[in-house]
Design a protein around this ligand. Structure first.
Ligand code: MRU
Length: 358
């Protein structure tokens, strides 16, 4: 399956070339394929904040390259460049609050800098570290796809209808995806009849990005309003809900795109299994539970305006873009270190002691 999955790796959203970070502008997909060139940490920070690049692993990878760009500029300035670099770390860290992959990647870059040998070239060391972060996410996607496919096979076998939310594919990661990677793998193995993708309002990551990725590969996808999910679970033979994550806490609670929590509640009611697929860089063992996660709230205009036009009366809107699914609604969390069924604090701690599987 590995080779067939790699062959399916068609879309790429992050490209590091000749010392410049190129990001596929996800705000305008699928209508336009425009690449934005980032040559500074400020440029990368703005790209993350404004959703040019989005998806937890993709944000972390981009931030790591942002540190490389920042180091280049600070090093050229001379003096106490490593101290000055802290400003860039802070700027990148402040872009979006919920996905822990961002601070994880920045932490890894900072730690690598701290271990620098006396005569080493700091710029090439940092560049190698960012490339390693990128490549290890790609590898993690492969391992998780295999584990997720094995779980689907174990529970049901063929001809499944799967429901997913937001975009967890090549656009959101360094490879071909987390939840969407499992779905891709299951399709290759002949175990997927249809994928139901929720629109994922208000940014429409489901309709603009997930449906586009799947349709491009000939994977049967049906788009629905987010509010159709319960009805679809009841009437369309859905066997699994498979989603990604932005932060998983020490007890197995999962922050993911707004609407994930109601999918989990509905899945439990309908006897549909609920799988979360995320690399261990998404797991935050410093937070005891989902109550401690900062959930991003975005501009109310994302709800009050359509195509730049105000909808109507002068009213307030509440626009949280993530929610927390409690661990007890989750059947299984799939990571590159292994799987955790019915997650809890002890099982999560055990998982995090393990090495990567491949
Ligand atoms: O606001 P976004 O588009 O960055 O949110 C993305 C999600 O919620 C994804 O489901 C999550 O990051 C997992 S991506 C592999």
């Amino acid at each position: 399956m590995r080779d067939r999955l790699l062959a399916a790796e068609k879309v790429k959203a992050i490209d590091w070339r000749d010392g410049t970070l190129y990001l596929l502008d996800q705000r305008v997909l699928p209508f336009e394929q425009t690449w934005i060139a980032c040559t500074s940490a400020a440029g990368v920070a703005e790209a993350i904040r404004s959703m040019v690049v989005r998806g937890a692993p993709a944000i972390g990878i981009s931030a790591a390259y942002g540190v490389v760009l920042a180091a280049r500029a600070r090093f050229a300035e001379g003096g106490h460049w490593q101290e000055a670099l802290e400003e860039d770390f802070a700027q990148l860290a402040a872009t979006r609050p919920t996905a822990v992959n961002l601070s994880w990647a920045l932490g890894r870059m900072r730690e690598r800098l701290a271990r620098l040998k006396k005569h080493a070239d700091p710029l090439s060391v940092l560049e190698a570290e960012a490339l390693a972060i990128h490549e290890s996410d790609r590898e993690a996607n492969l391992t998780m796809a295999q584990l997720g496919v094995d779980l689907i096979r174990k529970h049901q076998g063929n001809a499944q209808a799967i429901l997913t939310h937001c975009n967890t594919g090549a656009l959101a990661t360094g490879g071909f995806g987390t939840a969407l990677g499992v779905i891709r793998g299951a399709f290759i193995e002949g175990m997927v009849e249809r994928v139901y993708a929720g629109e994922t309002r208000p940014w429409l990551q489901g309709s603009r990005l997930t449906a586009w990725e799947l349709a491009n590969e000939g994977i049967p996808v049906t788009l629905s309003a987010d509010s159709a999910a319960a009805h679809i679970m009841k009437t369309k033979g859905v066997t699994w809900v498979i989603v990604g994550a932005d932060r998983i806490t020490a007890n197995g609670d999962v922050a993911n795109k707004i609407g994930t929590y109601q999918l989990a509640v509905n899945a439990m009611h309908h006897g549909v299994r609920f799988m979360v697929v995320a690399p261990s860089s998404t797991i935050d063992m410093d937070l005891a539970s989902g109550d401690d996660i900062v959930l991003e709230e975005r501009d109310e205009r994302e709800l009050l305006e359509v195509g730049g036009q105000r909808l109507g009366a002068d009213i307030d809107a509440f626009n949280p873009v993530f929610d927390v699914t409690p661990a007890d609604l989750i059947d299984v969390i799939v990571t590159e270190k292994g799987i955790v069924e019915r997650p809890d604090t002890a099982k999560m701690a055990q998982l995090m002691c393990r090495k990567r599987l491949h």
